[in-house]
Every structure is written in structure tokens, then in C-alpha cells.
Write a protein that binds this ligand. Structure first.
Ligand SMILES: NC(=O)c1ccc[n+]([C@@H]2O[C@H](COP(=O)([O-])OP(=O)(O)OC[C@H]3O[C@@H](n4cnc5c(N)ncnc54)[C@H](OP(=O)(O)O)[C@@H]3O)[C@@H](O)[C@H]2O)c1
Length: 336
């Protein structure tokens, strides 16, 4: 089924939360021919105007509340780009207004919040997707094809890491308990989601962690295992810039994804005998638009979720995150 309401015109985006990633997303959206940012909702008119000026948003679509943005009749899709603890309520406003919604990663703080959004979107019949942008990058699409072709043989192991060094500022979102801080929710979600893409949902999870000075997790390492005995060995840290590569290892060959694995990048297939086939990165821009292209494709096809990142998988990923958080004692806000 196709939905003719989008025929012959761009998909119109409205942004909730005019911060860092919203700026990067809208900059990249400009490279997508059939999408445009038409509206912004911020907590204050000053921020809203500043953002709107940057992206040429009309005065009539500059909102100083998230509810007004959600109610804007000229918006097709709402992009939720607030800190994670505010994702749920902002996304719910948009779902209740009947909008399609793309919610930044991590989708929500826990699986219960995610379930509440998924149930609301399904009841309302609106499109909903987690903005795990890595899933939609061209190198990930090509890698999924290689895995499906069987060239790697039986999969044995996935490795992935995401570590960055940050100045120890207690106000900074990644260290602030009230803003959903911690390596795991912000950076660790990338390796966890990558492992889910390749191996599916784990049945056994082991995690160890050490806290930052604010009580959120500074460094967390995880081993996920499925019933076939396949492992994912994942790590995340706020304390150091790690390699940030990833690998998918099978009995016949392995894929090595260059650092930084979760951004547009090159990659290789190495057969067991050491023969290397190389694929270079050809993506122009930051790569955030590929998730927007998938939203547009789904809307034009009349879909309410993406087959590349279905809502049941998002729920399962949040379930994995819940279990890791339980094991490492990361609560929100963390217990002092
Ligand atoms: N995909 C990626 O590569 C990527 C990269 C970075 C971040 N992210 C995700 O995007 C989300 C936002 O991260 P960010 O780095 O853009 O954060 P940020 O620069 O701090 O911006 C967040 C925005 O959310 C709004 N907000 C609402 N309640 C807030 C509160 N209590 N405190 C601070 N801001 C509040 C603010 O906008 P208004 O004043 O306009 O309301 C603020 O500008 C996070 O969930 C993060 O995980 C994704």
C-alpha cells in the first residue's frame, strides 16, 4: 500500500530539542532531496529562533513549546532530540498528535518506557522508529548482505567498542545523572545495537562496570551470548578514546569495520587464508540522513515501522540494556 499524501512533495520534518544532534541532523538532511526541516520546538523562543534562523524555518513554525511543535499541522515527522530522560514524554506528545516520530538513541531510559511508546504508536497507527542511525548507513547495508550470503560461514563472535574521552564536567550531559548520563546509555547503545543486528537478542548477559565521579557508569564491558553459543564482546567508556572498530567473525571469513564503525567508514572481508577484499567509504556528509531516508521510504510505502529496525527489536535492545543496567547497578538517577 502506498500513501498518496506524500506524493510529489518532500517529507516535512519538525524538531523537538534544538541542541547539538538536532543541528547535525538538520545539516545532513539538507543533502536529502525529498525531505526538509520546516519547524522547530524548543523550551524557549530564543533557542527556537536561533535554530530556525540557521535552517531557514518560517516564523510561523518556530515554537516555544514541544506541545506546539507536535500540534503543527505542517509537520509530517517529529524528530525527538532531547536528552534521553525526556524522549518518552516528547515522543508521546507527537504520537498523540498523530505524527510520525523518530526518537534519538537510546530510544528511552528503559524497556517499560519504550513499551509505552510502542503501544501508543500501534494503537494510533502512527510511524515510530529509534534513531539508531548506524543501522541505516550504506556500509551496514552491504555488511548485512555479506552475512546473508553465507560467505562468513557460521558466525562465532562479534566485537565492538565505543569509547570517547570527555572532560570531567559534572554539568555535561554524559556525566549528569539527571540527564541520563553514563557511557552505557549514550555510547554503549551502539555496540549493543550492532550485536543485535548481527546476532539477534542474547539469552545470557554478563556485564562489569566502574562508575564515574558522578555515579553514572564510566566504563562498562559486556559479554552477550545466544543459545547457539555465539558471543558478542562489547565495551564502552567515557574515560578514553578507544579504537572504535568492530568485527564480525565467522568460521570461513571475518568482516573488519574500520574505526569509527558506527559512522560512515570503510571495511574489509578477510577470508580464512588472509585474502582481503576492501570497501572504501564513499558517503558525502555526516551520514545522519540515511535514517531520515528510511523514514521517508516507510511513510511513502504506508509502513508504520521500519523492517530494518522493527519496534520489537528496539524493545528487545532496551531489554538487554535493562539487564546490563541491573547487573552494574546503574539506576536513573543513580544511587549515590
Ligand atoms: N545520533 C547521534 O550521533 C547522536 C549524537 C549525539 C547525541 N545523540 C542523542 O541525542 C540526544 C540529545 O543529545 P545532544 O548531544 O544533542 O544534547 P544537547 O546538545 O544537550 O541538546 C539537547 C536539547 O534538548 C533540549 N532539552 C530538553 N530538556 C532539557 C534539559 N533538561 N536539559 C538540557 N536540554 C534539554 C534542549 O533543547 P531546547 O532548549 O531547544 O528545548 C537541548 O538543546 C541524546 O539522547 C543523545 O543520546 C545522538
Amino acid at each position: 500500500m502506498t500513501d498518496s499524501m506524500y506524493d510529489g512533495r518532500p517529507i516535512r520534518w519538525g524538531v523537538i530539542g534544538a541542541g547539538g544532534i538536532a543541528t547535525s541532523f538538520c545539516t545532513d538532511l539538507a543533502l536529502l532531496p525529498d525531505a526538509e526541516v520546516v519547524a522547530v520546538g524548543a523550551r524557549s523562543s530564543g533557542t527556537s529562533d536561533e535554530f530556525a534562523d540557521r535552517f531557514g524555518i518560517d516564523v510561523s513554525h518556530r515554537h516555544s513549546s514541544y506541545a506546539d511543535l507536535a500540534a503543527d499541522p505542517d509537520v509530517d515527522v517529529v524528530y525527538v532530540a532531547t536528552p534521553h530522560p525526556m524522549h518518552h514524554d516528547a515522543a508521546m506528545l507527537a504520537i498523540e498528535a498523530g505524527k510520525a516520530v523518530l526518537v534519538e538513541k537510546p530510544f528511552t531510559m528503559d524497556q517499560a518506557e519504550a513499551r509505552s511508546l510502542v503501544e501508543a504508536a500501534r494503537a494510533r497507527g502512527t510511524f515510530l522508529m529509534e534513531a539508531m542511525w548506524t543501522r541505516f548507513l550504506p556500509h551496514m547495508a552491504a555488511i548485512r548482505e555479506v552475512i546473508a550470503s553465507g560467505r562468513l560461514g557460521d558466525l562465532v563472535l562479534v566485537t565492538a567498542e565505543h569509547g570517547q574521552w570527555f572532560d570531567k564536567d559534572p554539568e555535561f550531559r554524559l556525566f549528569a545523572p539527571g540527564l541520563g548520563g553514563g557511557a552505557l546509555p549514550d555510547l554503549g547503545i551502539y555496540p549493543v545495537s550492532f550485536a543485535s543486528m548481527v546476532l539477534g537478542t542474547p539469552t545470557r548477559i554478563t556485564a562489569v562496570s566502574d562508575p564515574a565521579f558522578t555515579g553514572v557508569d564510566a566504563q562498562t564491558s559486556m559479554i552477550l551470548r545466544d543459545d547457539a553459543g555465539r558471543h558478542a564482546v562489547l565495551t564502552t567508556t567515557l574515560s578514553a578514546a578507544t579504537t572504535n572498530g568492530a568485527a564480525i567473525i565467522g568460521t570461513e571469513a571475518r568482516i573488519e569495520i574500520d574505526p569509527t564503525f558506527y559512522r560512515p567508514t570503510g571495511w574489509s572481508i578477510l577470508d580464512r587464508d588472509g585474502t582481503r577484499e576492501r570497501f572504501e567509504n564513499t558517503v558525502e556528509g555526516g551520514g545522519l540522513r540515511f535514517q531520515a531516508a528510511e523514514v521517508g521510504r516507510c511513510l511513502r510505502a504506508g509502513l508504520t515501522e521500519s523492517p530494518l529496525l522493527p519496534l520489537d527489536e528496539t524493545l528487545a535492545i532496551l531489554g538487554t540494556m535493562d539487564e546490563i543496567r541491573r547487573q552494574i547497578g546503574l539506576t536513573n538517577p543513580p544511587t549515590p
